[in-house]
Every structure is written in C-alpha cells, then in structure tokens.
Design a protein around this ligand. Structure first.
Ligand code: PEP
Ligand code: MN
Length: 344
C-alpha cells in the first residue's frame, strides 16, 4: 500500500456531490481510495450527523462511475453490517471510536471472516497503548489493519486543530512495521493552509500515504468546512509533494549521510555520558540534603535552572518547547535519584 492517496469529502451530503467528486478525483490518476463519512460523530448535538445508509448507495454509484474503491467510517456492528451489504472496500475506525475497547471489539467481531482492510485512526487522546490495543484486536480477528495518524486533542490551543505529536506514530511504525501508516493532515491541520506542510513532514517520516478531505465547495460543506480542499487544489498539493525513499540511501555515492550519522552517534554518546556525570552530582546533593534535613524540591533553584536553559536555548536555536520538555525530563530523573537516596 505504499504511496496510497485517500481522498473525498468529510461527509457525503448529496448523491451529486459524492459521484461528481469521485469522478473528478479519479481523473487525476493519483487517488487509490475514495472516502466519505456517512455516519458522522459530532462533538455537539444538532450538528449535521451524516446522511446514513443511503450514502452507501451513492458511494456504490460513485464506484461504478469513477472506478475508485471506497472507504467509510464505521462506529458499531450495525454500520459494519450495512457497509458489507454495499460493496464497501475498506472501513475506517474514527478517533472517537478507537478510544473505546468495547466498540473496537464489537467492530472486530462484526468484520471477522471478511477480508476487508481496516484503517484505525489514532484515539483522540495521545494514548499509544489504546491505539496499539485496537490494532491488536483487529489482528486477532484475522483482519489486516492500517494506521491513520490524525493528531491528538489537547486543552492547549495551538496552530493545529489536533497536535501531531509525531513521536507517537513513529513509535507505532516501530511496533508494527508490517502495517501501513497513513497521515490525515486535514484533521491535524483543521485549516487548509497547513495541509501541505504536514503532508510533506509525514512523507519525510516515511509514512505510506495520505488521507485528505476534498469538497467541491469547501466553504459551504456541512462538516469540517475550514479544512477541506477543492479537488483542483488537492491536485496542486499532490504535485508539490516530494516522496523521498529510504532505499535511496544505499545508492548515494560516497555516503555523506553515513558520516553525518556517525557524528550524531558520537555526540549522543557524549550527551549520555555527561548526563550520567550530572546524576552523580545530583546524588551528592541528595546526600547533603538528607544529612541536613532539607527538602528535595527547591522551587526557586529549579526556576533558575530553567531560566538559564531558556537563555542558552535562544542563542543555540533550540525551541523553547524542547528546552522545557528536556529540563522537565532531567528534573524528574534528578528527583527520582534524590528520592532513592532519602529512602536508603
Ligand atoms: C473524518 O475522517 O471525517 C473524521 C471524523 O475523522 P476523526 O475520527 O479523525 O475525527
Ligand atoms: Mn472530517
């Protein structure tokens, strides 16, 4: 499934929209799978909740006219039953479903015995075990899962609708190298102008494909109107992407990359050695605090370390976010070291 492009509307709205979008996308000769949501999980009641089963008939018609296989979101066993009755080629599990092991199991049981591939979106929350568990349930049911990275919800508002947290899909690729990882930049971005950048990042991380929402009149779409692209804009975006290959590395003469990687390995070794040395000093401080009955946590001292780090970061071109996370991790490790000493 390498280089798979999945596209189509967030929601099926009318038969005309579903069929004409499919025919248009098929004409690009770049789309491998057509998508449309017919049962829509919406955050609030009263929003458009999808056209329901009739949409499957529209999708069958779209398949006949365009030649494109199609995928729909299923969120319970009944949806699976309907999807199977209407020549659905692939089903996907939405982010709000992956969070619920009961429903994931119900869907896995309903699909058992078919050879329908299942694309499993990441859960809404950044819980790698929940995503892993869902994949395992489908594998156990004898099905072929793929993974879709659509970003993670967070309380803190950023430029993204859903935080990419790339380390999570990267870890999933490590855990399940045999299954495809598709990026859904539409739901990560939440708005059109970020989709290209996110798509390229995913390809540079060797993802196997993209799922991008398209609509003939995005501004008037009944769901996700800010993030859907007109089909022609999708085509320009796809033409702008660079698909790099892991295999190219072996064919690069005089492998410059190997030398740079060796430098990185050495620097990492030095960093780890220095961290070990740092923790030995932390242990001495822990002993001192214990003997003098001083608390481990000294908030003022901690603020000072952070401030110094952030000052240094600016001139080193390291991001503030990274430095905060780095010092948080170092701090937790230091406190654990000192705790151990206090309790000895
Ligand atoms: C969708 O693909 O339209 C959708 C509802 O996605 P998610 O489950 O990722 O929110
Ligand atoms: Mn959507």
């Amino acid at each position: 499934m390498d280089h798979l492009i999945i596209s189509g509307p967030c929601s099926a709205e009318t038969e005309q929209q579903v069929v004409s979008t499919a025919v248009k996308l098929a004409s690009f000769k770049k789309i491998g799978l057509y998508r449309a949501g017919i049962w829509k999980p919406r955050t609030k009641p009263g929003m458009f909740e999808g056209v329901g089963t009739v949409g499957l008939k529209w999708l069958q018609n779209a398949k006949r006219k365009s030649g494109l296989p199609f995928t729909v979101e299923v969120a319970n066993a009944k949806h699976v039953e309907e999807a199977l009755k209407h020549e659905t080629d692939v089903v996907w599990i939405g982010a709000r479903t992956t969070v619920n092991p009961f429903i994931v199991q119900e869907i896995a049981d309903a699909l058992k015995g078919t050879n329908i591939p299942v694309l499993v979106k990441n859960p809404v929350n950044p819980d790698i075990e929940l995503w892993t568990g869902a994949i395992e349930r489908f594998v156990k049911a004898g099905l072929l899962p793929g993974m879709v990275h659509r970003g993670f919800s967070s309380y803190r508002k950023t430029e993204y609708r859903n935080q990419p947290m790339w380390q999570i899909p990267i870890e999933m690729k490590r855990r399940f190298p045999e299954f495809s990882m598709i990026c859904d930049p539409s739901h990560i971005a939440g708005k059109r102008n970020l989709i290209q950048k996110i798509s390229q990042t995913s390809l540079d991380l060797h993802f196997n494909g993209l799922m991008i929402e398209t609509h003939p009149d995005p501004d008037n779409a009944l769901s996700d109107c800010e993030q859907q692209l007109k089909p022609d804009d999708l085509l320009s975006l796809l033409n702008s992407l660079i698909w790099r290959s892991e295999k190219n590395i072996d064919t690069v003469p005089n492998n410059e990359l190997e030398k740079l990687r060796e430098q990185i390995n050495q620097i990492d070794e030095e960093l780890l050695f220095l961290m070990g040395e740092r923790m030995k000093i932390v242990d001495k401080i822990g002993l001192f605090k214990k003997e003098n009955n001083i608390t481990i946590l000294q908030v003022e001292r901690w603020n000072e370390i952070l401030r110094r780090g952030l000052d240094a970061a600016r001139s080193l071109k390291l991001s503030e976010e990274f430095i905060k996370q780095y010092f948080d991790a170092v701090h937790i490790e230091s406190i654990e070291h000192q705790n151990k000493i206090m309790n000895e």
